[in-house]
Design a protein around this ligand. Structure first.
Ligand code: GDP
Ligand code: MG
Length: 440
């Protein structure tokens, strides 16, 4: 894999005290090969290597005491830049319903992703309606209906005898009356890109005027995914890309090149067949994964630097006595933030990496700012027992005071509950370890 490849390369660099230009060249040759093998677009690789070389060779590097780390840092930064900033927002309609058109080739994951997206949007407080507009494959209509049933979310379908555009229009018209504020249209694909498909989708775009067009591509197809994205974008003007099947044995090339080739962001990634396996795309974390930066050693070093043992013990005591409040939570978020993305931190702890529950737990910079604003807008009573005290009108007041939304407050509360639960698990685990038990 690309990760192993780069790690090998950097291992060699680690052994050196100081890097010469030829060291850098050798390392970059490896990086270049690894990227090409990972099926990254040739031109993307060329520009990428040139940028790194420009930064790695020269003053910056000479001044650095630890050249290997320096190069890794530069590669990491450039990888992140290559994949663009994080953007997983759907363009919302000024007047609901927001219409999202899902497009892509057969088998890319449109139908599954439509359902996953509906599920995710509901979690964010929206009321989605899924629309079965793939009339070429009757099984696709049934498939969406089954998924809707599993999620307990409505699916709009009119069989396979009408034009997809007519079905889409009817769905959008019926949405408002049915109290739905988002319409997710699962369109038909083809085996490969062809004029018929493009004309059909263009026509749908013209008529229905979606607020968001998301292209679903299969990460396993590597460069093919990128060229599909290029074509769809030039004909339809995409708003974003969903990269599916990242849980599989993909070579990572698509993730690296989609943004720089099309200029359009990867907004979400599919990481499994289950309906909750859709995540916002985080370029920085992807870069970290590609580089395999998160080894235990770094974690331990960082943890020792940042975690204050006394404070940790105090928290645990509070938890045991059930006094763990939102204020403590905020302190904790700030501590964890210093270590890096929490999922990554937790995934590095042996025995916890595979823990499914941890996957829902996300902390990023922006959320931290929100969390702080929200918690600061609360009264002491609300902070110490949010579950009991917070009702709708209090939440609205806090939202106003903190410049956030009730949904954001609810999300914070959910994280708070999850953290509480998780910390209890840690404590229980610790206890059983002390008794000589095994972790998991
Ligand atoms: P469509 O033809 O574009 O509508 O594709 P489908 O939604 O029917 O998906 C095709 C296959 O890919 C199905 O078996 C899905 O379960 C599978 N699939 C979709 N997304 C993912 C993903 O993120 N990970 C994995 N492992 N499988 C996926
Ligand atoms: Mg389908």
């Amino acid at each position: 894999s690309l990760a192993e490849r780069l790690q090998e390369t950097f291992k060699k660099l680690r052994g050196k005290g100081r890097l010469t230009e030829s060291d850098v060249n050798e390392a970059l040759r490896e990086v270049r090969l690894a990227l090409l093998e990972a099926d990254v677009n040739f031109k993307v690789v060329k520009d990428f290597i040139a940028r790194i070389k420009e930064r790695a060779v020269g003053q910056e590097l000479l001044a650095s005491l630890n050249p290997a780390q320096h190069v890794i840092k530069i590669v990491h930064e450039e990888l992140t830049t290559l994949m663009g900033g994080s953007n997983s927002r759907i363009n919302l309609a000024p007047k609901p319903p927001t219409v999202v058109m899902m497009v892509g080739l057969n088998g890319a994951g449109k139908t599954t992703t439509s359902a996953k997206l509906a599920n995710l949007m509901r979690k964010q407080g929206r009321r989605p309606l899924m629309v079965a507009a793939d009339v070429y494959r009757p099984a696709a209509i049934k498939q969406l209906e089954v998924l809707g049933g599993q999620l307990n979310l409505p699916v709009f379908s009119m069989g396979d005898q009408l034009e997809p555009v007519a079905i889409g229009l009817a769905a959008v018209e019926s949405a408002a009356g049915a109290g739905r504020d988002m319409v997710i249209i699962d369109t038909a694909g083809r085996q490969e890109v062809n004029e018929e498909l493009m004309a059909e989708l263009e026509n749908m775009k013209e008529t229905i005027k979606p607020h968001e067009i998301l292209l679903v591509v299969d990460a396993m197809t590597g460069q093919a995914a990128v060229s599909v994205a290029e074509t769809f974008n030039s004909r339809l003007g995409l708003d974003g890309v969903v990269l599916t099947k990242l849980d599989g044995d993909t070579r990572g090339g698509a993730a690296l090149s989609v943004r720089s080739v099309t200029g359009k962001p990867i907004k979400f990634v599919g990481v499994g067949e289950k309906l909750d396996a859709l995540e916002p795309f985080h370029p920085e974390r992807m870069a970290e994964r590609i580089l395999g930066m998160g080894d235990m050693l770094t974690l331990i070093e960082k943890a020792q630097e940042n975690f204050n043992a006394d404070q940790m013990a105090k928290m645990q005591k509070k938890l045991r006595s059930m006094e763990f409040t939102l204020e403590d939570f905020l302190d904790q978020l700030n501590q964890v933030k210093k270590l890096g993305p929490i999922e990554q931190v937790l995934s590095m702890i042996p025995g916890l990496g595979g823990n499914k529950k941890l996957k829902d737990l996300k902390v990023d910079e922006k959320e931290l700012v929100f969390a702080e604003a929200i918690i600061k807008s609360m009264t002491p009573a609300e902070r110490s027992d949010p579950e009991r005290v917070l009702n709708g009108s209090r939440k609205r007041r806090i939202a106003k005071g903190s410049g956030t939304t009730v949904q954001e407050i609810n999300r914070l509360l959910k994280q708070f509950e999850q953290t509480k639960k998780m910390m209890k698990q840690f404590i229980d685990m610790e206890k059983s370890l002390k008794k000589g038990g095994k972790m998991l």
